[in-house]
Structure formats: structure tokens, C-alpha cells
Design a protein around this ligand. Structure first.
Ligand code: NAD
Length: 359
């Protein structure tokens, strides 16, 4: 090793239970461990059936089910959910579903201080982070607060059996993006880097198996295991250019979250490659490739994921607007962020060109 070790590492008090069937078999016990007896279950409208199973399993420890989660956590939605939680006398929440449902649970925790539990059903990783997001007047704000970090997370691969293959693939690459950026984060540390490499290997290995056999519990478990590790990386580090770009593209142009991550990631890694050689080496090992950007693009594209921002509905004039918004804000990235560089990257991603690592 050429550079001396210099890092800080913090763990947060989160308990993780990873078990097929755990949504029903483990959630009540987790609630009891936390001393929670009056839980409000929150979910999105399409996730109600799964959330109902959790609510039923909680029995008397559940005071209601609120299926009001919406994408990007609009403040009105939060206001209503907080009223429901207060009216029910809830002493905590259980968010069941993807990043949107967990986002609502976090927003309730932020407003009320109520402890949160999470039963994720996608690979978004939100359950492992103290990061919240709220949308007001069309603008999404995010922040970090330990109060929103779920105290207990139950990973149940059976819940993910119904996750459609296209969403499984893009949600999986969304997870890979967390791990990739954690490897070159300013607050990277050896343990997080090990989790990142293992997470990428697990997820990248699992996605083709999930696509070939969506109802394989083994493949789903492997993908969810990767999602856990990648989510833990997201929670532990500061994200860079990739997450910033996806935030701009989602927030300003309404592009879909996981698909945008999937299209953009190879281009950001090509852009950052020369400035983050150790991260690229770790990703090369995890993906078993000499060309990380191309391998990622082939992995997702080969499984039917979109390959260009144009396919996602971005328009050519949006490229300069997105570039200006991206460079206006300073944030951590291994390679200097220039307007020309970002415009070049976005243009390549817009057209869906082969990603090229350049200096
Ligand atoms: P999502 O929660 O919006 O879910 C996408 C769709 O999939 C929804 O229609 C949902 O009903 C459906 N779905 C979810 N699980 C399913 C299942 N098992 N079977 C069938 N359908 C299912 O999307 P997402 O990608 O999970 O999350 C994206 C959101 O999470 C974004 O708003 C993003 O900003 C946020 N996020 C936040 C963090 C954080 O740390 N705060 C991290 C990652 C993502």
C-alpha cells in the first residue's frame, strides 16, 4: 500500500434482520425489542397488499395502515401522514416498500421524532441511511439527521419476488451506484470499501440470475444482500458527481430515479476513472472486467435497461440547463468538475454513446 491509512468510521445503531419470510416472522419481534406497541405502517398505494401482511403480523401492535406514500415525498403527503400518526397515537412507524415509502417514514420521523422501522421491497438502499428528502413547490430538499435512520431493518427477499424485472435491474444498478461512489468518497474507509466491493460483486452477479428467473429466491436473496451492503455504503459516505447529476435530472426534469442512475453511472465512472484508480481497481475485481464503464453498460443494457437519457424523455436543450445546475454547486468528486466535462458526459449519456474513460 502506497499511502498511509488515515480515516474515520462511524457505525449507527441499526439492527438488520435478513430472512426470507421475515416481513411477517421477524417484524413483530423487532418492534417488541424496540419497545414499540402502537405502530403505524406506511406504504405506497401499490404496496398495500404487502404492507397489509406486515400490519396483520403486528396484530395489536399496529394502530393503522396508511397507504399515502408518493414519489419524492411531497410535503402535503407528509402533513397528512403526520396527522394520521398523531390521531392514532402511534409510538413509531414501519415503512414497507421502496425508497418512496421509506422516504415517507423518514419524513414522519423528522417531523415527530417517532422511531422508524423499515421493510424494504426494492434495492434503493434508503433504509440504511440517515438521509431524508422532501419536495415542496417542485423543489426537492435533502438532509441528514440520525432521527430518520431506521432503527431496525427487516430484509425479506420474498417481498422482492414480485419486483418486475426492469425495475429490479435499474434498482439494482441504483444500488451499484452507491457502492461505486463510496469507493472514491472523501470519507471512504477500509470497511466501507470492503462492503462496496462485496456489494457490487453480489448485485452484479445476481441481476442476470434475477432476470432469468425472477421467482428464484436464491437469486433474489443475493440481490437483496448486495442492496443491503450498497445501502450501507450510501449511509456511511458522501456521494459525488453521479448522485448530484441524478438529483438534478430527477428533480428538475422529472426523470425516473432508478432508470436515470442506470443510464448515467457508466459515463460518470468513465469521467472519474483517471482520478480514482483504486476505486476502478476494486470495481474491476468485483465485476471481473478490465473496462468498468463498458461492463456496467452491458450488464444493464443486456438485461433490457434503457441506455440513453433521450429514451428517458430528456430533451437536448435540457443538457445545458442540467450542466449549469450541476456545476453551480460544489461537492466532493475525485476529478475536478468543469462545465465542459459535465456537458460532454451528459451529451454522451443523452445519445447513449459507448462510455470512454478519458483523462
Ligand atoms: P419507489 O419506492 O418509488 O418504487 C418504485 C415502484 O415500484 C413503485 O410503483 C412501487 O409501488 C413499486 N414496488 C416497490 N416494491 C415493489 C415490489 N416488491 N414488487 C412490485 N412493485 C414494487 O422507487 P425506489 O427506486 O425504491 O426509490 C426511489 C426513491 O427513493 C426516490 O425518491 C429516491 O430519491 C429515494 N431514495 C432515497 C434514499 C435515501 O437515502 N434517502 C436512497 C435511495 C433512494
Amino acid at each position: 500500500m502506497s499511502t498511509p491509512l488515515d480515516f474515520s468510521y462511524e457505525t449507527r445503531p441499526v439492527r438488520v434482520v435478513f430472512r426470507p419470510g421475515g416481513a411477517v416472522s421477524a417484524t413483530p419481534g423487532e418492534a417488541a425489542r424496540l419497545g414499540l406497541r402502537r405502530l403505524l405502517v406506511v406504504c405506497g398505494s401499490r404496496g398495500e397488499a404487502i404492507a397489509r401482511l406486515v400490519a396483520d403480523a403486528l396484530g395489536d401492535a399496529c394502530v393503522g395502515l396508511h397507504a399515502g406514500a408518493r414519489m419524492h415525498v411531497p410535503v402535503e403527503v407528509v402533513g397528512r401522514a403526520v396527522e394520521v400518526a398523531r390521531a392514532a397515537g402511534a409510538d413509531g412507524c414501519v415503512a414497507v416498500g421502496g425508497g418512496s415509502a421509506i422516504g415517507l417514514g423518514k419524513a414522519i420521523a423528522l417531523r415527530t421524532g417517532l422511531p422508524l422501522m423499515a421493510v424494504p421491497s426494492t434495492y434503493s438502499g434508503s433504509e440504511m441511511t440517515p438521509v431524508w428528502g422532501l419536495t415542496e413547490h417542485g423543489v426537492k430538499r435533502t438532509g441528514r439527521d440520525p432521527v430518520v435512520q431506521p432503527r431496525s431493518v427487516v430484509y425479506d427477499a420474498e417481498l422482492t419476488l414480485a419486483l418486475p424485472v426492469p425495475l429490479s435491474v435499474t434498482s439494482g444498478v441504483n444500488a451499484l451506484a452507491h457502492a461505486a461512489e463510496a469507493l472514491y468518497a472523501p470519507d471512504a474507509s477500509p470497511l466501507v470499501s470492503l462492503m462496496a466491493e462485496e456489494g457490487v460483486q453480489a448485485m452484479a452477479g445476481a441481476l442476470p440470475l434475477v432476470a432469468a428467473a425472477p421467482d428464484s429466491l436464491e437469486a433474489r436473496s443475493r440481490a437483496l444482500y448486495g442492496a443491503w451492503l450498497c445501502g450501507a455504503c450510501l449511509g456511511a459516505t458522501t456521494m459525488g458527481l453521479h448522485h448530484k447529476l441524478c438529483h438534478v435530472l430527477g428533480g428538475t426534469f422529472g426523470l425516473p430515479h432508478a432508470e436515470t442512475h442506470t443510464v448515467v453511472l457508466p459515463y460518470v465512472l468513465a469521467y472519474n476513472a483517471s482520478a480514482a484508480p483504486d476505486a476502478i481497481t476494486a470495481l474491476s475485481r468485483a465485476l471481473d472486467t478490465h473496462d468498468v464503464p463498458r461492463a456496467l453498460r452491458e450488464l444493464a443494457g443486456g438485461l433490457g435497461a434503457p441506455r440513453s437519457l433521450a429514451e428517458l424523455g430528456l430533451k437536448e436543450p435540457d443538457l445545458t440547463v442540467a450542466t449549469a445546475q450541476t456545476v453551480a454547486d460544489s461537492y466532493a468528486n475525485p476529478r475536478e468538475i468543469t462545465a465542459n466535462g459535465v456537458l460532454g458526459l451528459l451529451t454522451a449519456a443523452y445519445e447513449g454513446w459507448e462510455p470512454r474513460s478519458d483523462a
